[in-house]
Ligand binder design. Structure first.
Ligand SMILES: [Zn+2]
Length: 371
């Protein structure tokens, strides 16, 4: 057997993530997953600012060099094994805890009809000989695995409700057990039972798009609109959280980590669009994970009542704030600053209040549609 040279180390920093390839556009390369820190990484190649990491025999990904810390003491044995699992709940969440012999990379997808969370763990083979399931788990209906490839272990979590309310994947701080923490559906489906996070896009030195005629900065109007949304929701006796309330610089990782700490029920991000052509106009909503699509559809439907053209409902969207799996989230691009008609509306403070009302109605419609 030939011995190829590679580096071993671990993920580092607050918010490491993997990308599928070296593609690049204004949203960056397509993100595979956010990862926990101290996850073992085998670097096999290097291109500019990224390392190619081997995840399993047939899978690789790309990791920013700044998210990698070399550690020559980390040994990569010929194989890793899974151990036994536990499925349980506490007063707030359900948990699937899978014992592993190393902090290995993973990624997840969501499925709907039926609703399932699928987590692939790379570089590991099953030695799971039982899965204990306790009745304290309320949202998890079933948990099981498939060994989809010799060294790709698939965790399947079936949910009781049709709607995904989010989940967070991390390693237990005292062991090498992988934990999938699953959010339950609220018992009473009213907006008053939610903690609604509102994110005003851009801010500080990141001004965003500019108004075609007015020259206004996107960052100022996302904040004006976000504040109206916050006011409207508060008036309906709904708890809210805003990622920014002033014209401040806030990176995407800052926002994601802040939201992780706040643990909202849902997130609404407000942006204003821009295109090279001044005839492109209309409202659009965005999601990354299919389990969160319904929220973005409900909001889009209500937003169209503002006589905004339907630009569309966009899925698999590689926007940083569409990436978190912890809560249903929706990016709203209210309209195009590069289009005269949309811009005129966006400049009008009365329109901001209407947006707030429509987003509220969208969230209410969404909750009413759930079982
Ligand atoms: Zn924007």
């Amino acid at each position: 057997m030939s011995q190829h040279s590679f580096l071993t180390g671990r993920t580092t920093g607050a918010l490491p993530f993997l990308e599928y390839g070296l593609g690049d556009d204004r949203l960056g390369g397509a993100k595979m997953t956010y990862l926990d820190s101290n996850v073992v990484m085998k670097v096999v190649d290097s291109v500019k600012d990224d390392y190619k990491v081997q995840l399993s025999t047939y899978h690789s990904g790309w990791l920013a060099k700044t998210s990698f810390k070399q550690d020559s003491f980390t040994r990569i044995p010929p194989y890793h094994l899974t151990g036994n699992w536990k499925v349980n709940g506490d007063d707030k969440y359900d948990y699937v805890t899978v014992s592993l012999d190393e902090r290995l990379p993973y990624r997840s997808i969501q499925e709907v009809n039926p609703s399932r969370i699928i987590v692939d763990v790379f570089g590991v083979t099953s030695n799971t000989n039982w899965i204990t399931q306790l009745s304290t788990a309320k949202e998890i209906k079933n948990a099981y695995y498939e060994q989809t490839e010799d060294d790709v272990f698939r965790i399947v979590i079936e949910l009781r409700h049709q709607q995904h309310w989010g989940y967070f994947i991390y390693y237990d701080s005292t062991s090498t057990s992988l934990v999938v923490r699953v959010k339950r559906q609220p018992k009473i489906l009213t907006p008053q039972n939610l903690l609604v996070a509102i994110d005003a896009g851009h801010g500080g030195s990141n001004t965003g798009a500019g108004g075609a005629i007015s020259g206004i900065a996107e960052k100022d109007y996302t904040l004006k609109i976000a504040k109206e949304v916050d006011k409207y929701f508060k008036a309906q006796k709904i708890k809210t959280f805003m990622t920014r309330t002033h014209d401040t610089d806030l990176t995407m990782p800052d926002r994601i980590l802040m939201l992780r700490k706040e643990d909202p029920s849902i997130l609404i991000s407000i942006h204003l669009n821009s295109a090279n052509s001044d005839t492109v106009k209309g409202v659009s909503t965005y999601y990354r994970y299919i389990g969160f699509r319904s929220l973005s559809q409900a909001i889009l439907k209500r937003m169209q009542e503002l006589k905004l053209k339907e630009w569309g409902n966009v899925g698999s969207f590689n926007f940083a704030l569409s990436g978190p799996t912890e809560y249903p989230n929706c990016l709203v691009e209210v309209g195009y600053l590069s289009n005269r008609e949309d811009e005129k509306k966006i400049l009008d403070p009365k329109f901001h209040k209407l947006i707030a009302q429509k987003i509220y109605l969208g969230v209410s419609d969404w909750l009413k549609s759930l079982k």
